[in-house]
Design a protein around this ligand. Structure first.
Ligand code: NDP
Length: 250
């Protein structure tokens, strides 16, 4: 899928790049020639992913840490900029769910989802934007969700975090447009990953019935769009939210 897109010499970071959608995005960027770092908590899979990325003949870097910790991010940022000497593409992908109807939702479940899905993007962007402004170029991709566009019962915390990420994307896009940096959000629909495996068969069937293309999405479908948005082919696109959802939202 990377035919025609050459990211050789570009340096990327994908949060939550060790599994699911993030791993597919990291793989696509590496296939296209970018050096890719992944940041997540699970040491073994982070190391394994970095190794797999390097098999594409690029630099693969595993960074272990929690996006909820400013100290972890600072340490990873130092390591990343030390190894790669800069960053061209930031993908804020790490995300969690802590579902429940509002009246049963514990404050800790609200806070955790907002912190990991939204505040973490603020933490990473502050560092990345500072450096991208200096080099007068950069690509930021925020992985939102169609739930942030249309809502979903039992996910008020998740919907708020993902809608927040969309607002963040649009505001930041305008702030940095004059510096050669684009900021876009990808809103996946129902993609087959560990996150969706925890949903029961009944919920999956219900979603499937609402998808015009009649099938669940793959991590590769999301990664293809991420590759496009990270590449020069999307030079004139910023501040957008693009759904990858088989036509579910329209
Ligand atoms: P997975 O549950 O498969 O992966 C989540 C990733 O986030 C893992 O790599 C995990 O790594 C990382 N992560 C979670 N918490 C933290 C943390 N505190 N610090 C660092 N990394 C963390 O999810 P998906 O691949 O399905 O989802 C990826 C993104 O796409 C998420 O933002 C999700 O909301 C979004 N999305 C997914 C959809 C789907 O249908 N699957 C639909 C719409 C949006 P580790 O546990 O090792 O830290």
């Amino acid at each position: 899928m990377s035919v025609g897109i050459d990211l050789a010499g570009k340096r990327a970071l994908v949060t939550g790049g060790n599994r699911g959608i993030g791993r597919a995005i990291a793989g696509r960027l590496a296939e296209a020639g970018a050096d890719v770092a992944v940041f997540a908590r699970s040491q073994d899979s982070v190391a394994e992913t970095a190794h797999e990325l390097a098999a594409h003949g690029v630099r693969g870097l595993g960074l272990v840490g929690d996006v909820g910790s400013d100290e972890d991010i600072e340490r990873a940022w130092e390591q990343l900029t030390g190894e790669f000497e800069g960053l061209d593409i930031l993908v804020n992908n790490a995300g969690i769910t802590r579902d429940g109807l509002l009246l049963r939702m514990k404050p800790a479940d609200w806070d955790a989802v907002i912190d990991v899905n939204l505040t973490a993007a603020y933490r990473w962007c502050r560092r990345a934007v500072k450096q991208m402004v200096r080099q007068r170029s950069g690509r930021i991709l925020n992985i939102s969700s169609i739930v942030g566009v249309i809502g979903n019962p039992g996910q008020s915390n998740y919907a708020a975090s993902k809608a927040g990420l969309i607002g963040f994307t649009k505001a930041l896009a305008v702030e940095v447009a004059g510096r050669g940096i684009t900021v876009n959000a990808i809103a996946p629909g129902f993609i087959e990953t560990e996150m969706t495996h925890v949903l029961g068969d009944a919920s999956q069937e219900e979603f499937l019935a609402r998808i015009p293309l009649g099938r669940l999405g793959t991590t590769g479908n999301v990664a293809d769009l991420a590759l496009f948005l990270a590449s020069p082919m999307s030079d004139y696109i910023t501040g957008q939210v693009i759904c990858v959802d088989g036509g579910l939202t329209r």
